[in-house]
Design a protein around this ligand. Structure first.
Ligand SMILES: [Zn+2]
Length: 257
């Protein structure tokens, strides 16, 4: 009986190791395996220093945040543009918005979004010729301006957060285009889209609408702006647009108020 148990244990262990190596690569696997207390402590210090959102989390959620950020910083291909140097610190900043946005989910990877390009500041889009701070290509590439990204987290309540804005685009693309719909998020997103259509008309006709004008551009921008407000001014959001706020809570499976 005991030997059957041992074989079972070895099989489980082997499966776990093979799965982890496939998932992280051999070096990533070893790295995550040896994510020791000292490293966790350093990461915790880093996030508490720079992220207002992180400081408001429970101890359990803080650990979840740290672990996920560390894993994503190893998994995502982060490339500097215009000689911008990608340091370990930059990596953590770049993945933080994704971790924040998806902290309530079991699956926090956004299927095909595995590449993030980072420019030092505003950059020119080669196709449109326009200047941008960030954008999301539905084929799986996210582009960010470093300066704007950091600014977004430095001022946590000005309703502007580039990282969250672009990640919200990536999340929306992921929900719409996933075949498996693992998240089961479609009904919540549909509720938000339905409400956004009514709200966008109001934004166009009302200069004092709670959301900034840009949210009236289309449903994609509406959703991204809603995400920025959701995390930066949740109390006001809940008071001004209670129904929409509730749909956002159901979708993101977290309630920042
Ligand atoms: Zn946008």
């Amino acid at each position: 009986m005991e030997s059957t148990n041992n074989i079972f244990f070895i099989l489980i262990l082997t499966f776990f190791i093979i799965y982890s190596i496939r998932y992280f690569g051999i070096f990533g696997f070893l790295d995550v395996l040896f994510l020791n207390r000292e490293k966790i402590w350093k990461l915790k210090n880093f996030f508490s220093k720079h992220f207002h959102y992180f400081n408001q989390l429970s101890e359990k959620d803080k650990e979840r945040f740290i672990y996920r950020a560390y894993k994503l910083s190893k998994l995502i291909n982060i490339i500097g543009r215009q000689d911008f140097v990608i340091t370990p610190e930059v990596r953590l900043f770049v993945v933080a918005a994704q971790v924040q946005l998806t902290l309530g989910f079991k699956q926090y990877e956004l299927n095909k979004f595995h590449t993030i390009l980072v420019y030092p500041d505003v950059y020119k889009n080669k196709i449109t010729g326009n200047m941008h701070y960030g954008e999301v290509n539905p084929k799986g590439v996210i582009v960010l301006s470093w300066k704007r990204l950091v600014n977004g987290f430095e001022i946590p309540d000005d309703k502007i957060n580039l990282g969250l804005h672009e990640m919200a685009h990536a999340l929306m693309h992921t929900i719409i285009s996933s075949n498996d719909h693992e998240y089961g998020l479609d009904p919540y997103l549909r509720d938000i889209v339905r409400l956004s259509q009514l709200e966008m008309d109001k934004i166009k006709n009302d200069d004092h609408h709670f959301f900034r004008k840009y949210a009236g551009t289309n449903i994609y921008e509406f959703f991204s702006v809603a995400v920025e407000y959701f995390f930066e001014v949740p109390g006001e959001f809940k008071k001004e647009l209670p129904e929409l706020y509730q749909f956002m809570v159901s979708l993101l499976k977290q309630n920042p108020v």
